[in-house]
Design a protein. Structure first.
Length: 279
């Protein structure tokens, strides 16, 4: 039986606080997640000076620059994350939003890479990731089939394994925008594994994605959806995460085998209830 790879997306929901980081890692590991994921940006490369100079009230100051810098973790923080996850027995990785961030992540012995939907059309970043040869999760929000084909060609040419992740890039996503049948379209068009990265409220869509065969599942997590941050509203609190992972594992058991056969548990019931066998 194939197990769905469950990713707890911490992202930037830590708000730059390592106490929050450690607690979220603890909770994800205890819930049975396979990995936690972060987001790494070099602020001055991802955003223009004009964008960073714009006014924005946040816990870190009154400009966009202060807010963006406040959400970034330091080299010392990532060193601690690396050691802490090893101690907890859970993998970690990150989606890099620029080339320098991807190169930064290369100093760690990570098993996986992630391409965020916003970066799917960034050829130079995709080439850098593909050269590493690590299994890569590629989110497909805001993207056409043609763009996806062009992106995965880079990974095919580099002989780098990957799987696509169906997603809708609104936060939070309305349930009618899930379009889970697109998972079938991606499988048919690209002949690869397809997972699901969810930004909806609740867990029913994510459970449905697993029932439809998602090989991976990613959800943002938070300690409290009322915390500061743009991703909090589309995140699962810890109780929701625990229920989701439990349901995912139950669904995997329920999917079982495609072989139609009389189960051992049915034999005594058949003897009791089947009065006629005249076929």
């Amino acid at each position: 039986m194939t197990s769905t790879f469950v990713i707890a997306e911490i992202g930037i929901n830590h708000n730059g606080d390592m106490n929050v980081v450690r607690e979220l890692i603890d909770k994800a590991a205890a819930a049975g997640c396979d990995a936690v994921k972060f987001q790494k940006r070099t602020v001055e490369l991802v955003y223009s000076k004009e964008e960073l100079d714009k006014p924005r009230e946040s816990p870190w100051g009154t400009t966009n620059r202060e807010q963006k810098n406040g959400l970034e973790l330091t080299k010392q923080d990532y060193d601690e994350i690396d050691a802490y996850c090893r101690d907890k027995g859970i993998d970690w990785f990150a989606s890099a939003w620029d080339l320098e961030s991807q190169k930064f992540l290369q100093q760690y012995d990570l098993k996986y890479n992630k391409v965020a939907s916003a970066l799917l059309t960034y050829r130079e970043l995709l080439e850098e990731i593909a050269r590493e040869g690590k299994h890569t999760f590629i989110s497909t929000g805001m993207s056409t089939l043609e763009q996806i084909a062009q992106a995965i060609q880079i990974f095919d040419e580099a002989n780098c394994s990957y799987e696509l992740m169906h997603t809708n890039s609104t936060y939070p996503m309305s349930i009618e925008d899930a379009n889970l049948r697109v998972m079938d379209t991606l499988k048919e068009n690209f002949q690869c594994n397809v997972g699901y990265s969810g930004h909806e409220s609740g867990i029913i869509v994510s459970c449905a994605a697993v029932a439809r065969g998602a090989t991976s599942l990613e959800r943002h997590i938070t300690l409290d959806r009322a915390m500061y941050g743009s991703d909090q509203a589309a995140s699962l609190e810890i109780g929701g995460l625990q229920r989701l992972v439990g349901y995912v594992r139950d669904i995997e058991q329920a999917l079982g085998s495609p072989v139609k056969r009389v189960m051992e548990t049915e034999i005594p019931i058949a003897k009791k209830l089947r009065k006629y066998d005249t076929l």
